[in-house]
Design a protein around this ligand. Sequence first.
Ligand SMILES: Nc1ncnc2c1ncn2[C@@H]1O[C@H](COP(=O)(O)OP(=O)(O)OP(=O)(O)O)[C@@H](O)[C@H]1O
Ligand SMILES: [Mg+2]
Length: 235
Amino acid sequence: MTEAGATLYELRDVERRYLKGSAEVAALKDVDLDIAAGEIVSIEGPSGSGKSTLLQLLGALDTPTAGTVRFEGQDLSRARDSVLTEIRSHRIGFVFQQFNLIPTLSAADNVAIAMAPKRMTRSERRQRAVQLLTQVGLGQRASHLPSRLSGGEQQRVAIARALANRPEVIVADEPTGNLDSESAAEVMSLLVGLRQDSGVTIIVATHDDEVARHATRRIRIRDGRIVATPHGQAA
Ligand SMILES: Nc1ncnc2c1ncn2[C@@H]1O[C@H](COP(=O)(O)OP(=O)(O)OP(=O)(O)O)[C@@H](O)[C@H]1O
Ligand SMILES: [Mg+2]
């Protein structure tokens, strides 16, 4: 785990272009950004501004068309697929707006199947899944199917799943976008508590000011560029 305060990400002159029909769209351009271990960074901006595109680069799900994305000093733009896969499965936990739970599996099994293949017996996996569910306040719901859980509870299962391999970073794309304000507040205080307890770095894209105010640093993007943050300082 990178020491708190040490540089975790370094993005330089990052650009991500997409081909849309015959036209090229620059979803991100001129992005320079450093993120330190232990930060909670919010990425804010209007629809289509490039938030998800940026999170995909930070999550090693995508690589830039120009510029460099370094994670713990390693240039992801040049990394082999096997390295990217390793980073995605062991270093980064993902949380999405739609929860993405498997409807036919219990909460515990949704968490257990995310555990990377290593020498763990079924019962060890199950035990760790229940531990993680307890950590997110759902120890009593371990055997429930997602359909028997509220939206907020489903998102907490998804957070437990994201923690399955003890990631360094949680990348969350509008994690409260489908939740009522009370559940959204619970999800955010859970994330803030996880960061306090384990030092995990949290990067969250959001439209919601209530979510962003939990961030230790707020970044705003518009038309693919980082603009001044809501606090007024240059990002
Ligand atoms: N796979 C893709 N192919 C082509 N264009 C894309 C692709 N993904 C994103 N884009 C374009 O890149 C731009 C940024 O999209 P992105 O999804 O990053 O925005 P966003 O800020 O996450 O928006 P939202 O708030 O609606 O989720 C948009 O113009 C979008 O249409
Ligand atoms: Mg998006």
